[in-house]
Design a protein around this ligand. Structure first.
Ligand code: ZN
Length: 252
């Protein structure tokens, strides 16, 4: 129970951080020189102003316009709130893949889980480079295998580990499901950014995830004697991936 409360608090803090950075990105144009931070001072001023009051002064000089940049959280002002949320989420989603495969390897001793867990660790590192570049707080920091800041990923992890304990084929199907989810989330976060460095990381993770999906799918078919049916991707998207060749180039 104590652990759950801590997780909730952490995810709330994370949400607050994202909101804070969103405010920080939107507010600087109305900041005046004597304001220390955009978040605490901008809102009360707007609420207190009567309808007949003169408009809030807008910055008119280059010095005023550039000043708020120095008061914001270091690094994060370069990214949109969506970009920040996407990076933090993908860092933990790659951890979810690594953690589930480690647990399933310990249970089933089938090499595919060990091999792909190693690949997921390199995916985690790739997202960590973005976290460090933009001065974000790493949600994985201080969290053991099976622990997540994001409550959705925590619930997904718990569910998948339980499903994967039922049988080896069920465990392999969990692997395929994780890769499908990873592909869909990477595609969604690719749509939210124009930044070449972030897109480059996501594109490479996508290649790796498609390779992993092909591996799990082939393993399932061999052991179950029938084809894997996609659980999250639509049939056309799934067939397009399964019909493709192994992709190289930092794909993992
Ligand atoms: Zn993967």
């Amino acid at each position: 129970m104590r652990v759950n409360i801590r997780r909730t608090a952490v995810s709330f803090a994370l949400l607050a951080l994202v909101v804070l950075s969103a405010c920080g990105a939107a507010a600087p144009q109305v900041q005046t020189a004597d304001e220390k931070t955009s978040v605490t001072s901008a809102a009360p001023a707007a609420i207190a102003a009567p309808a007949t009051a003169t408009p809030l002064p807008l910055p008119t000089t280059a010095a005023e316009l550039s000043m708020p940049v120095e008061t914001k959280v270091e690094g994060t002002e370069e990214l949109t709130a969506d970009e920040v949320a996407g990076i933090l989420f993908m860092r933990e989603e790659e951890k979810l893949a690594r953690d589930v495969y480690q647990v399933l390897y310990a249970q089933w001793s089938v090499p595919i889980f060990d091999n792909i867990a190693g690949s997921e660790a390199t995916h985690m590192d790739a997202v960590l480079t973005l976290i460090e570049r933009y001065g974000l707080e790493d949600p994985v920091d201080g969290r053991a295998v099976g622990e997540f800041a994001d409550p959705t990923l925590q619930a997904l992890y718990d569910q998948l580990v339980e499903q994967g304990s039922a049988s080896l084929v069920a465990a392999l199907e969990v692997g395929a499901a994780i890769e499908e989810i990873d592909i869909l989330d990477l595609q969604a976060h690719l749509d939210e950014t124009e930044r070449a460095d972030i897109r480059g990381v996501y594109e490479n993770l996508l290649k790796g995830s498609r390779n992993h999906l092909r591996s799990f799918s082939a393993n399932i078919e061999r052991r179950a004697g029938e084809a894997y049916a996609p659980q999250y991707l639509d049939e056309d998207a799934y067939q397009a991936i399964i019909g493709g060749d192994t992709e190289r180039g930092r794909a993992g």
